[in-house]
Design a protein around this ligand. Sequence first.
Ligand code: UGA
Length: 431
Amino acid sequence: MKISVVGTGYVGLVTGVSLSEIGHTVTCIDIDQAKIETLKKGISPIYEPGLEKMMLDNMDENRLFFTTDFLKGFKNPDVIYIAVGTPENEDGSANLAFVEQVALDIAHYVNKDTIVVTKSTVPVGTNHKIKQIIDFHLKMDVKIEVVSNPEFLKEGSAIRDSFQGDRIVIGADSDEASTIIEEINKPFGVPVYKTDIRSAEMIKYASNAFLATKISFINEISNICERVGANVEEVATGMGLDKRIGNQFLNAGIGYGGSCFPKDTKALIQIAGNVHYDFELLKGVVEVNKKQQRLILDKLHDLFMSIHGKKVAVLGLAFKPDTDDMREAASIVVTEYLVENGAEVVAWDPVAAHNAKHILREEIKYVDAIEEALGGSDVVLILTEWNQVKNLDPKVFLLMNDPIVIDGRNCFKLGEIQKYNVEYHSVGRPS
Ligand code: UGA
């Protein structure tokens, strides 16, 4: 199949590269000239394990192309994927300006019957709106079908998720269109669930909102555990043995971040509000997450009257490991507070530091080695569970003045770290 993918952000690029890997001829289109030039050189603008190599392999095989030329991108394909961003409006709703612009572009350039597949996360009803826009502005007498095909990839494991995902959801009005999209995806070997368009759109939001709910739930449980002397890891393991609950996404910590959960939970609250439904539970999930992102600061406050002049080492800045993504990372809230209150902040992150420099306060010092961050510091805050942190020999904390570790991601086994002369505080576990 000849496929065009519009948008070379995280979703679009991973979609384009993995579709080319299973044998389709894919052209990725973006208006960002600089990004397309970078991609043409075989360089991935995002850090995603395995992505760049797969991209290069498929470029070499002449199955993967990058262009800013819409005419070229829209005239030939059998299928066009929309994978542009749907950023958050001020009121939390999804901004559809980019999606609508692509619909207009498709209407302008397309010259044969085409299936338009929406990968972007869009509110219920958007695919029908896209079809209306295209049909209204079409220049040629051709037939357009729209299909909702939300993505469920996780940053940091997107390539693995593409080939070993739990399901591919295809929402369509016509059997013919959904069968073509099913065929396109067949080589992934991932189970397909076919449904109507609106339900497919809703599945995406409901799934992310449910996962966010699981995280906020276990975080609330962890806060209670701390007060009653229970261990949240034990509790989560015991809960997860019940298959109805499942053992995933029950890791307590300093809340969820990233480009999806924060944005999609708020958007779903808006979607519900638009039909006069108050999604109280999800509002609670969002509020709990805000509170949880500040948990590490509450712990810091309990230990130090003032952090003014203290040297604080911060390990991990990305919203989770294996990504350089800083969006909605707890490190934003935490470091802002530290700098604002006069602490000397020394930060380490193996891949997100270059992004962090543009986002976090300029007073922060960045170092390449964990030891350098720890040396002479008064307290260390662990914000991201990078393997480099999890695999540390706890002895390294003895480089600190009077070692105090506040671990927001429960990276260390309680018994082990307590063998050393280190004051260790974690989330939902006895100190
Ligand atoms: C999430 C979903 O997991 C994907 O299925 C979905 O496709 C994607 O959003 C999207 O909508 O594009 P992602 O944001 O990449 O993926 O990251 P996750 O691995 O889900 O982690 C999100 C946040 O939750 C991270 O900050 C992580 O630290 C936190 N988290 C996750 C926890 O605090 N506890 C857990 O048990 C799991």
